[in-house]
Every structure is written in C-alpha cells, then in structure tokens.
Design a protein around this ligand. Sequence first.
Ligand code: BGC
Length: 730
Amino acid sequence: MKLKLAIAFALAAMSAQAAEQPWMDKSLSADQRAELALKAMTQQEKLRWVMGHFGSDRDQHKKHPAALPFSAGYIEGVPRLGLPALFETDAGLGVATQASKTPRERTSLPSGLATTATWDRALAYKGGAMIGSEARASGFNVMLAGGVNLLREPRNGRNFEYAGEDPLLAGSMVAEQVKGIQSNNVIATMKHYAVNDQETGRFVVDVRLDDASNRMSDLLAFQFLMEQADPGSVMCSYNRLNGVYACENDYLLNQVLKKDWGYKGYVMTDWGAAHSTVEAANAGLDQQSAWEFDKSAYFGGALEEAVTNGHVSQARFDNMVFRVLRAMFANGVVDHPVAEGGKIDYAANSVVSRIDAEEGMVLLKNANSVLPLKAGAKKIVIIGAHADVGVLAGGGSSLVYPIGGNAVPGIAPTSWPGPVVYHPSSPLKAIQARAPGASVSFNDGKDPVAAAKAAADADVVLVFAQQWVGEALDAVSLSLPDNQDAVISAVAKANPKTVVVLETSGPVLMPWVEQAAGILQAWYPGSAGGEAIARVLFGEVNPSGHLPATFPASESQLPRPKLDGDPKNETVRFTVNYHEGAAVGYKWFDLKGLKPLFPFGHGLSYTQFAYSGLKSSQKDGKLSLSFKVTNTGAVKGKDVPQLYVAPLNAKWEAPKRLAGWDKVELAPGESKEVSVTVDPRLLGVFDSKSKTWRIAKGGYKVLLAHDAADAKATSITVQLPQRTLNVNGK
Ligand code: BGC
C-alpha cells in the first residue's frame, strides 16, 4: 500500500514537472526541448547563455564566484528552469588548470600528435572517453578539446595539441576523441576555427587562403570532424581570415559552418577573440567566452541594446541561445548534472594514457636492429632531457598538471606559457627495472664532451633530446635547442650504439641522422611516458606509430622557409599568405619533388609486413579498396597500411592524397583482409562557384604503401566516372 502511494506521488510529481517544465521530458528531441526551454525564458535569462566568465582572476576582475577555481570558464545557468550552469575546462590532453599554486592534478594523455600517430581510431576514442570522465568527475560539463588545426607550419607551438597535416587523418582521429569525451555527457569543442596554424602574432595575423584550397585542406579536417562526431560547440580562433576576424567572419561561421555543413551546435569565441557586438552576432557568433579577456562585454548589455534597437534581430538572438541549449540537451548535460569530487581511477587512467603513448611512438630508424634492447647489456648510459626523473609536456592552456607534481620545477619560463613541466614518469627507472643485471647511469647531456666520455664504453647509449614549445610560442627553428645536436653527434661518434629518443612537439631537424643507430619519436608522451618509452625500447611493445606529419630535411624545403611575423612585436597586423593552398605537408613535398628526412606515414616495426591482392570495386558511386596484409617477420606486430590516390589526368593540388588506412594486429605469418571505402571528396576538387565537389572522369592510380614516399608501393589503376557532389560530398 505504502509503495503504491509512493509511486502515485512520484508520478504526480513527474507529471507536474512535465506540465511546468516540459523541456525536461527526455522523450522529446533536443530541438524540441531547447525550443520549449527558450520559450520559458525572460530576455535577461537568455542573455546569460551568450556571455561567459573567466574561471580565474584576470586583471582587475575577480573570478566569477560560482566558477570552479582556476578553470577556463563559466556560463551562468537558469536554476529556476532546471537548466544547469556550464563549467568549462581545457582541453585535449586532459583536465587542465589555469595558472595556480594549487592546480588540479590529473591524468595527461600523450600529445595529440602522438595519439594521431597511433592511426588507431579506437584508441583515440578511449583517450577521449578517459579525459572526459575526469572532466565530469572534476565538475566540468564543457571540455574545450577537439583541436584539429592542420600542421601547415611545423614550427607552430601548438602542433602537439593537434592531429597533423592530413585532413582525413586529423579529422577522423579527433572525431573519435570528441565522441569519447561526449560519451560522458560532456560537451566537446571543435577548435580553433579556422586556419589558426601558427602562434606567432596570433591576435593580429591575417591569414590568406582561397576558398577552394581551404575547403580541401584546413576546412576539410573540421568538416570530417563535425560530420563524424557532432561536437556540441565550436571555438572560433584569434586570427583573421582573408581580412576578417574568425569570430566575426560571416563566411566561416554563417556560410560554411552553419549553412553549408548544417552545424547545429554553438560557436564560442577563443579567450579574447571577440571584437564586436553587432558584427559578430550577425556573422554567426553565439557566445562570447570569458568576456574579461576582451576589450568589452560585447555580448552583455551591448547585445541587449543591439537587440532592442533591432541591429541584431530577436530571432537571431534567440537562435544564439537555442544553439547553446540544444547542445546541452543533445549531450545530456541537462539530464546528467555534474558535481565536483567524483571518483577518478588514476591507476586505470594511467594505463589508458600509457597504451596511447606506446602505440603512438614512431620508430624512425633502427640500423642493425639496435632495438629492441637486448637482455644481457651490462652497461646502459642514459643522457639528457631529465630522463632520470620525467618526461616533457608542452606549454599553454592545455597543460595537465601531473599527479605528484612537476618532476623538474623551476625551469624558465615558470609563468605563461609555462611552467615547463615534466611528468614524473622516469624513463631511467623504467629502464633500470627492465635491466636488473646492468649498470644504468645518467648524464645530464649539457656538455658534449662529458656526455661522449660517459657514453664511450657503454653497450648501448640512449640520448633523450627535447624541444619545449607551447601555446603563444612557436619554435624559433626546427633545430633542437640548447646545443643538443652537438651532444648527440659527439655521443654517437664516441659510441655507434646510440639510440636517440625524441620528446618534441612535432618535426625537428636531425643533422646526426646518419650517425645515430636508432631513433624513436616519443613526442610529449604524457603521464606514463617513461614507462611507455621503456616498454617500446625493450620490445615489450612492438612499435606501430606512423608519422602524422612530414619531417623535412631542412627548413628551406618548407613553403615558408622563415616563419612570418615577429614574436617580439605582436601588436602590428601582418599577413601570412598560404600560397601552397591545399598542398599541405606531404602534398607539398610531392608537388615540389622534395625528399624529406622522414616522410608522412613512416614508421618501423620489430617485424615486417607485406601487401598483396589490391583490388577495387565501385558501388553506388563509392570506391572501395581491399587487400591482404601479412606479417612476414618473427614477432607479433601492428601495421598501418596506407592507401593513396593519384590522378592520371585530373588536376589536383598535388600528385596524391591519403584516401584511407587501417591498423591491423598480426601474429608472425598471419594475414588479414582489409577493406577501405574512400570518401568521394578525396577524389574530387572543390569548385567554389557552384559549391560542389567535382570528380573528373578518367584513370586514378591507387597506391598501397607503407608511407607517403614508399618507392615499393603496389598499385592498381581505377577508372572513375565524372561526378558532381554537393558541398557535403553527397
Ligand atoms: C586558447 C584556447 C583555450 C582558452 C581557454 C586560449 O588561450 O587558445 O585553446 O581553450 O585559452 O583557456
């Protein structure tokens, strides 16, 4: 009887809520719910959703009292209507904290480039799911993660946050991360939209890129991401594109994103990227982030007045709010409120990070099978990069403060875009644990002579080399800083059994490439990086990472041998002309016939793989390719077979494009059939006038390759009919 009464009361309460707050009805669509909630709001309540507050003190402004401490941002909710506030955190590698003496210590994934180097979609998803869960447990329901700016400029200080130079690879890998994050009922953020490809002068630079080239390169990466993952929000970037700031750029926001691609979420500014009220609102900006960074609270009272005066229509204003609400309903932010203090399984999350790091490490060179390290080595010498205590992280807003603190505190810059942080995962200790019988010693690598002396009689020498860059700070050159080239060279001369382990944001030059026996690209390897490096070096993990970016042989090979802009003067507007258009990375190298140091897609294994039986089929206008991969070596391993398409007659921006790949695990002697369907946009050229993708009739060579410069790639020729596809490739 009691139970019946309780149920009756509960049902009555629910139907009362349904009558009063119909947007809480989960059976309705996100669109319907957002529409209903919007209708119930006063103009003042609506205004809350379009203007964000910083989660930390800034200049004379104190942090919003309700924001989580040292967080990126906060948007007031409407509790009266059951609509929660938005708590924003950076970003792509995990839960970051703004500058603070008491930061949240959380799990850091390896860099975005490392995750991309896995070429493993499932791993990218798992990493996203892990950091999203830590975000939720920390009280955040918006994660500013989903960075997909193309690696057009290898010196870009934020390349480590992104996903490399190819639009298909970058868009697909970050899409998985975004899906993983959003699986926690946390909104993710596709950023920095768009063509924000260098940090030097990011607030004043005007980048020039024509529409067709953009749609086939930078924008295509965003388009793939959006289609595959449907991120709740998009962050517009600092730079201008073709003369207009990205956050008030009608072409980028209204035309491309919302109209052509049909994006349904909301657009927020980057922190300090708002420049106007009326222009921005009418150009498609929906939310001003952390207004304290801008010259004015553009989307506060000024917007209210603009709506009253009709400079911004009520319909447009309502749509701004609607988009935020819709993203909240669509991603479960309303139905699953967040709270601080959730439980985090750091041990389990560290394993997720470690596996990601291991799978993303790229074995660049392995002469005479110097790796994996042999059991029985008596003397191992480790040199440089504080490898005795930790592994390097990149700088800026994405920095995840390590659990257990910075392994090497005090290195300049100690403030923005610092601090320089090392995750306390010691490569030395992890190596020692795997070589119990050996003497393992450390030399700091500061002096080439001392390092060479320490290395001379070792069975194997592991030189750790590093390059610290970060947000707002491009690499001044692609050369390793601090005399490290001289150290590596001296050590390799003293002992030919030298293996170099690189902890860099992205590509670097290697004047010692011929001297070093082995080279392992470890990127910024995250919370468990030391352990991950040791496991790869000792062969507990067979390396399977492949480069998501071309490593040039010299800066003179780049479209811009010198970086544009002046890092010492960031106030004067200047232009960067992306004259290479859509020929980014390997496409540029192909086009110009340049031989890189290591090509896009390159990555060795402790085993070998062979390909056979490449064939094609076409159904409903879709090109599919299938083939067989065989492990021809003696150990288990994972391979990344890559398919490139090269037109025989049609004119593309470059000789070939990546059209697909897979990652397959194979035991020795084992074979697997792989099949890949090609997105038709990758077979056509964008026509700006008609906003269509045009595939030219004719022959196309399909290459099945180990990397973008594989001279032994097998190939077939396919005939494609003429086709015209809409702006979304349909
Ligand atoms: C960065 C964004 C970041 C924001 C909030 C900006 O400086 O460009 O990527 O999300 O700060 O911290």
